[in-house]
Design a protein around this ligand. Structure first.
Ligand code: ZN
Length: 394
């Protein structure tokens, strides 16, 4: 049992409280039961006496649900600092840089890949991320994709087979799609929950993406898609038709794409990854257009060594508010409950009674400061499954 009181602002994302979408409680308290789930939330003044005596007082600081980063690529070798420097000197980004990381990943031992993925997962945890999804996609051979997914399972249960990231140089696209849908899928599926495909210029077209997602569905995997990042195309429409959990990036959308997403009524989430635009000096996705159309929006980091080498969800929230005209409340919701929706999870991303006790204690009186104080370390402590795993609640 863990009881916390003196919470300046508690974000519960519990709509049943009828305190807005964030379910905000001021001067709040929270109790975690012995099952490591949320047992009670409410105003401190109403905290039952049996909990009040042992409660930790956090002095008016805010508590938010842990971030759910529903899109990362943490299994890779090497880095791409040289490419980044070149791009910042004026070159444009194409999907081809992925092959640089492919070579470094193939050359790395499993131990090196595990250590790198764990380092990044720990970095994410310390900025408040309590659940993250991660993908294969830098091995691009049966052997290297299979071991990439084994590595991924060492940091999360939300693992995604992204053999269809780009075509490796030794294959033609048709040969490679057959491999991804055949032996590679068979070897990778036991360690994957999801399948994903990069449907964009320089990667896979709509027909190939459809074949890959169909094969993944047949193998029992959930579906996600990288769509409409680099240019307009049919990725979002395909994703919606196939009932994917999330269309990720959504930077270049037609009106038909937006209404197709809205018509799913939240079944297909639009996951925006603004640090990818930040780090490639590209135009940010139009979050307002999606939100105003009624699309369910998630925010994630896209952490990868090429186009978004950051694990920081607070940075993502800052960009969403400051550069994409999301409100502070919308951005916080999308980085927590939105990410959970993109993973089709109802046990995380919110602090309703019965939810997994995953939350972050901020060094500020409210969640607004995440956008208001960009770049400042605001996470004082992180609790995952009821245990303080980073920082201190005291
Ligand atoms: Zn990605």
């Amino acid at each position: 049992m863990l009881a916390i009181t003196g919470i300046g602002t508690l974000v519960t994302n519990d709509a049943s409280l009828e305190r807005g979408k964030l379910g905000l409680v001021k001067d709040a308290a929270l109790v975690v039961g012995d099952d490591n789930k949320i047992a009670w939330t409410g105003e401190s003044i109403n905290l039952p006496r049996e909990f009040a005596n042992n409660a930790i007082h956090v002095g008016g600081r805010a508590i938010i649900p842990g971030f759910v980063d529903s899109h990362t690529h943490l299994v890779f070798g090497g880095d791409r600092a040289t490419e980044f420097e070149a791009r910042m000197s004026g070159k444009t980004y194409t999907a081809g840089g992925i092959r640089t990381t492919m070579a470094a990943t193939r050359a790395s031992t499993n131990d090196v890949l595990v250590a790198n993925a764990r380092r990044l997962a720990s970095e994410a945890l310390h900025t408040g991320t309590t659940t993250l999804e991660t993908k294969s996609g830098y091995g691009l051979s049966v052997l290297d994709e299979t071991r990439s997914l084994q590595v991924a399972t060492s940091i999360t249960s939300e693992t995604t087979f992204l053999g269809a990231h780009v075509v490796p140089p030794e294959s033609t696209i048709d040969e490679y799609v057959n491999l991804v849908c055949g032996e590679m899928l068979t070897q990778c599926a036991p360690n994957a929950k999801w399948i994903d495909v990069f449907c964009d210029h320089g990667a896979f077209d709509v027909d190939h993406a459809q074949a890959i997602l169909s094969a993944g569905a047949h193998a029992g995997l959930g579906l996600r898609i990288h769509a409409n990042q680099l240019q307009h195309g049919g990725g979002v429409q395909l994703g919606v038709e196939m009932g994917v959990a999330s269309c990720d990036h959504c930077t270049h959308l037609s009106d038909a794409d937006v209404s197709a997403l809205a018509d799913t009524k939240g079944k297909t989430v639009a996951t925006l990854l603004p640090t990818a635009e930040l780090c490639t000096r590209a135009k940010f996705p139009d979050a307002r257009r999606l939100l105003d159309a009624g699309v369910t929006v998630a925010l994630a980091s896209d952490c990868n060594p090429g186009s978004s080498y950051t694990t920081s969800m607070p940075l993502v929230i800052s960009l969403a508010v400051l550069n994409m005209n999301m409100t502070c409340d919308e951005a916080l919701w999308s980085a927590t409950a939105g990410g959970a929706a993109a993973l089709r999870r109802t046990d995380i991303g919110a602090l309703h009674v019965g939810a997994q006790a995953d939350f972050a204690l901020l060094n500020s009186p409210s969640h607004i400061h995440l956008a208001y104080r960009p770049g400042v370390k605001l996470v004082d402590a992180v609790v995952r499954q009821g245990k303080c795993v980073a920082g201190s609640l005291a």
